[in-house]
Design a protein around this ligand. Structure first.
Ligand code: HGY
Ligand code: MN
Ligand code: MN
Length: 414
């Protein structure tokens, strides 16, 4: 009977586990900085594996450093139903982004076990490697490698600011969890459902607890490298300088005016700017900046993104400029079979719900290409995320987990 499983969700346990995990990479102001493949993420893995084992789940990993926690099914060789999200965070992250999807999955598995429900097929909770893409660029490496969206080999040489590569990070992770079985990438998946905070203000504003996520807006990312020439701040004439920082600043200003152009539907962001040698009395020789461009309309996204190289070239002055596109993803719509399940169980549980498009990116993007995929959103205060002030109500965490367990049971008992 709908609701019996949902009753097995324990709001206190779910809340406490969020607070507990936030100790791994804790920052001032109550946030987290838990970078992909870091010691803090290893610490979070240990906690989650311990809780999973207490609930009778079997942990394993894969060559891409994804963590899986498995509850068997009658047809134990059958393709599993997958649920989860990520445990890595942004440098100024909050304690709910990603973590909610993993802990809600654990809560659902516990409720299913407690109810003695026998699943037709296995249920696996997953924590994807490097969803955020802040230490290692681009993000979503674990789910991309798992689904074949990109070969794992294409990520291994990517390095962080200290020269540590993804290969190094994965070796350290696998050494830290050498007791975990390693399963191959690309295993078949029956269905995927990801629970996540909205990271925007709509659900809270509309007074809805559940977001029936209809899709994810498109996103293109670029790396722009401006090369000039170091010079002495006191002796070199500005009219003769090849100033990479000033040139990058002009490019960023022109991109903001020409691409974002005051239209809030165009999400244009330059979040990173690295200067070399980054010294007060040296004219910058090199400037490297990121571009994150998103729009709900794939054709608009294509047209806007295609203009970036020309705008950069037109403002390069005496410097050279190199624009590399890193990711290019169209807007996507989740299948009605999945949105209908989420909508139906939210309704059956009497929880206010509304359809909503995800403006943020998620690993569900890559799962969508290989299996029926859906997402469940819950509100976060003032829509704040990627910020230590990210905040979620205890009862909303529980409501999301309740809808999740009913959807998972429906998918895993088919
Ligand atoms: O950037 C994103 O959309 C995700 O929150 N990492
Ligand atoms: Mn996230
Ligand atoms: Mn995030």
């Amino acid at each position: 009977m709908t609701g019996d499983l949902a009753a097995g969700v324990d709001p206190e346990r779910l809340w406490e586990r969020h607070q507990h995990l936030a100790r791994h990479g804790a920052t001032e102001g109550g946030g987290v900085n838990r970078q992909a493949l870091s010691a803090a993420e290893v610490g979070a893995w240990r906690e989650v594996i311990g809780w999973a084992k207490d609930s009778g789940l079997a942990p394993f990993t894969d060559p891409a450093g994804n963590l899986f926690l498995r509850l068997g099914g009658v047809d134990d060789e059958g393709a599993p139903v997958l649920t989860g999200s990520h445990l890595d965070s942004q440098p100024s992250g909050g304690r709910f982004d990603g973590v909610f999807g993993v802990l809600a999955g654990l809560e659902a598995a516990h409720a299913i076990r407690s109810a003695g429900l026998e699943l037709a097929r296995p249920l696996e909770i997953v924590a994807w490697m490097n969803e955020e893409g802040s230490r290692f660029v681009p993000g979503m490496m674990g789910s991309a490698a798992f689904t074949g969206a990109a070969p794992l080999e294409s990520f291994l040489q990517v390095s962080d600011a200290d020269g540590v590569t993804v290969r190094d990070g994965l070796a350290a992770l696998h050494a830290a969890f050498s007791e975990l079985p390693l399963r191959p990438l690309g295993r078949p998946v029956a269905a995927y459902i990801e629970a996540h905070i909205e990271q925007g203000p709509i659900l809270e504003r509309e007074g809805c607890t559940i977001g029936v996520v209809t899709g994810i807006q498109g996103k293109r990312t670029f790396r722009v490298t401006v090369r000039g020439e170091e010079a002495h701040a006191g002796t070199s004439n500005p009219s003769e300088r090849k100033d990479a920082l000033l040139t990058a600043a002009r490019m960023i200003g022109a991109l903001d005016a020409g691409i974002q152009a005051g239209d809030d539907s165009i999400k244009f962001t330059v979040g990173r700017l690295d200067i070399t040698p980054n010294a007060p009395s040296v004219v910058a020789g090199t400037a490297v900046f990121s571009i994150d461009l998103r729009h709900v309309d794939s054709d608009v996204l294509a047209a806007l993104g295609d203009r970036i190289p020309a705008i950069c070239a037109a403002h390069s002055g005496r410097c050279s400029v190199d624009v590399v596109e890193l990711t290019n993803s169209r807007s996507l719509a989740f299948p009605e079979t999945m949105t209908r399940l989420v909508r139906g169980y939210a309704g059956a549980l009497g929880i206010p719900a509304m359809d909503i498009l995800s403006s943020a990116g998620h690993d569900a993007r890559f799962l969508h290409a290989v299996c029926p995929t859906g997402m469940i959103f819950i509100p976060c205060k003032d829509g704040i995320s990627h910020n230590p002030r990210e905040s979620v109500k205890k009862e909303d965490l529980a409501a999301g987990a309740r809808v999740l367990v009913e959807v998972l049971a429906a998918l895993a008992t088919r």
